[in-house]
Design a protein. Structure first.
Length: 247
């Protein structure tokens, strides 16, 4: 794979890095530089190839999974399974790097995940509670590392989807992968203290959702989730250049 390194020049702007990596890998697959059955390079190798972080690489691979091009095998890596992407109305063309795209995805997520929290409060098992507890503990430990915190943020929402006992919710989370958790605001927070305050607020909101689920109070769980995602919506909506920006 090292012979391919020089064929790609990373974009100058940080914006849309994951979309850039997705496009480059798709082109390699379509040209059969990566054939069906081939294993993708490791995260670190792809990071070096495209001069991007491992977080960006994970987002790109998540996009390729949702488009049906690759699958991941635990402990082995990601493998090409199809030359041409299957279209998905939820992921086609989404980079989730711009404020307008993040706002639109949050508007899509809010009603779905609000109801997911309510269902989880009605249907959760002790195993679900244990998994959520462990996730919150990991999130608390990872607050100093925005990349790890983002992984735990996504996992918390996916665990709630699992607690719904409805496989369609899990498909929803798998379609988006970690890209559904916007990282641009956290990366814009230059001061470490400011970043940690932001992530601590997210953690406290997760705890409020968790407590409502533990107490089997669906209305309270819905409200806590709506408050959580609604705060993110207000944050990114406030960053739009114009009130009517949509692309």
């Amino acid at each position: 794979m090292t012979s391919l390194d020089s064929q790609f020049t990373p974009p100058r702007r940080r914006q849309n890095l994951s979309a850039y990596v997705v496009g480059a890998l798709e082109e390699m697959i379509q040209r059969e530089q990566l054939k069906v059955g081939d294993r993708l390079p490791t995260e670190s190798q792809l990071g070096e190839m495209f001069d991007v972080s491992r977080t960006v690489v994970r987002e790109a691979v998540s996009h390729l999974k949702s488009r049906g091009l690759v699958e991941t095998r635990r402990g082995i890596g990601a493998f090409v399974i199809r030359r041409h992407a299957s279209t998905s109305f939820m992921t086609e063309g989404l980079s989730l790097e711009t404020a307008s795209e993040i706002v639109q995805v949050l508007e899509f997520r809010i009603p779905i995940e609000t109801e997911a929290a309510g269902l989880a409060a009605q249907r959760r098992t002790e195993q679900d509670i244990s998994a959520l507890e462990e996730n919150l503990a990991r999130f608390a430990r990872s607050i100093g590392d925005r990349h790890l915190a983002k992984q735990e943020d996504f996992e918390f929402h996916r665990l709630i989807g699992a607690a719904c006992r409805n496989h369609v919710y899990l498909r929803f989370y798998d379609f988006f992968g970690e890209t559904m958790v916007p990282r641009s605001h956290v990366e814009d927070l230059g001061a470490r203290d400011e970043m940690m305050r932001y992530l601590e607020n997210v953690l406290e909101e997760h705890r409020a959702i968790y407590r409502a689920i533990v107490d089997c109070e669906p209305d309270r769980a819905r409200q806590a989730m709506q408050d959580h995602l609604g705060r993110s919506w207000r944050l990114y909506h406030g960053r739009l250049e114009t009130p009517g920006e949509s692309d």
